[in-house]
Design a protein. Structure first.
Length: 433
């Protein structure tokens, strides 16, 4: 095994287009692809809101793919809380939400999809080859919430406040990798779950927390309870937002976005310990669970906070075997930490996965006192040093011979933000096998 520095997107070409850029310099890409335009929504008495496709929830480039290409995945589609109704639609919140605690879906028929993104020398990027995620009958999946009874979920409504039907099959795709056989693995937030999908986007299997399988009965795809039951304690909208694969494709890595609401939401708000999992593809089961401690919220320089639940995990990228790049962010600041699993405590199938354990792992920020060692963290990137970097970076991909691409989730443009890709040379070291 040999470790080398990331060198560039197209080798010499990348150096020329960046003006002989030194390591750490950034180039930003934007798109004018027509496929980026989704729809325009408007309600009575409101304002027109043009929506774009938010395909930056996760990213991945498979070794051997074109040097300037990566895959990107969209999440459940445009959605927002009642507090954003006036800013997005230009009408009072009560006109849509009618005093209820709901989430608004302006395009409820949208299907989470996989896109291919091509970076161009002129600083633009093209979006091509859309693959819709679908069930075994070929029916496109929606992003509306599942009918959950074990885990908490949200009630969806349209822009007129009409209730939308929840679905046992719907997904909130957030992380993606593609294997050499052409199939995909996807991190899914709402279940929370992980999905295996065929090359054409057909879901082969959805792996959910043990004990929650009945909530997915009737799905037109296989459902397996292969995740720890305790994951149903995930805070709403803070499920699994990541997916990575080892260089030999034997292992998947994914993380819970935030500490669990274990035993309750108060614990989630104060907790630092979130969970990083390793899935053995050969044995078809989890082989590892590790503790990742979130940074102090005051250390996120573009938007320091006193709230420990402000930082969250939005992506994981494998740099080698059990060596990862973890994207930890707030709304306006993104950090990338290199993480090593070696030396950290593997807590899989221990009392920390038992919902009866008290105090819980989420209530134990001083791990030394309970003889647990979290994964090591080394800061490799802070967006506060790059004013050109967009907010809410969520997808990571190693391009060509090694430059790191980061793409933001623009939330389908509900607040007018465009999707951007920022490319940086020489930022990380990648193992060569």
């Amino acid at each position: 095994m040999k470790r080398t520095f990331a060198a560039g997107l197209f080798g010499v070409t990348a150096m020329l287009m960046a003006g002989s850029a030194m390591a750490g310099e950034a180039k930003v890409f934007e798109t004018k692809s027509a496929i980026n335009n989704l729809s325009t929504v408007m309600v009575d008495g409101g304002k027109a809101r043009p929506l774009t496709v938010g395909f930056g929830s996760g990213a991945y480039r498979r070794p051997g793919d074109p040097a300037n290409m990566f895959y990107a995945v969209s999440d459940r589609g445009p959605n927002f809380v009642c507090g954003d109704v006036e800013a997005v639609l230009g009408v009072p919140a009560d006109q849509v939400c009618k005093g209820q605690k709901v989430r608004v879906y302006p395009t409820p028929d949208y299907s989470p999809s996989i896109y291919t993104v091509f970076l161009n020398d002129d600083g633009s990027f093209d979006v091509k080859d859309v693959i819709t995620l679908k069930d075994q009958n070929g029916v496109p999946l929606t992003g509306l919430t599942n009918k959950l009874t074990v885990a908490k979920t949200e009630k969806p409504v349209d822009t007129n406040g009409n209730p939308l039907e929840q679905s046992v099959s719907s997904i909130d795709a957030e992380g993606i990798i593609r294997l050499s056989d052409g199939s995909y693995w996807i991190g899914e937030e709402n279940g929370p779950s992980i999905l295996h999908a065929a090359a054409d986007g057909t879901v082969i299997e959805r792996i959910v927390p043990a004990g929650s399988e009945k909530d997915f009965e009737g799905s037109a795809y296989k459902v397996t309870g292969g995740l720890p039951a305790i994951l149903v304690k995930r805070q709403t909208n803070r499920g699994i937002e990541s997916m990575a694969v080892s260089p030999d494709e034997s292992k998947l890595y994914f993380m819970v976005q935030n500490p669990l609401a274990n035993p309750n939401a108060d614990a989630y708000k104060a907790a630092k310990n979130t969970r990083l999992f390793v899935y053995d593809r050969t044995a078809s089961k989890l082989s590892g669970e590790y503790i990742y401690q979130l940074d102090d919220p005051q250390s996120f320089r573009n938007d320091p906070s006193k709230k420990q639940n402000a930082p969250r995990i939005s992506e994981v990228l494998a740099l080698g075997n059990d060596r990862l790049l973890v994207l930890e962010r707030t709304d306006k600041t993104t950090k990338l930490h290199e993480v090593e699993l070696e030396g950290a405590t593997n807590i899989i199938a221990t009392r920390w996965d038992d919902m009866s354990t008290s105090p819980t792992l989420e209530q134990q920020n001083d791990l030394g006192s309970i003889n647990l060692t979290p994964v090591s963290k080394t800061l490799r990137f802070d967006s506060a040093d790059y004013p050109e970097a967009p907010n809410k970076l969520e997808g990571l991909a190693i391009m060509g011979d090694g430059a790191l691409a980061m793409i933001n989730d623009n939330d389908f443009g509900i607040k007018g933000d465009p999707t951007k890709v920022i490319l940086i040379d020489g930022l990380v070291q990648v193992d060569k096998f």
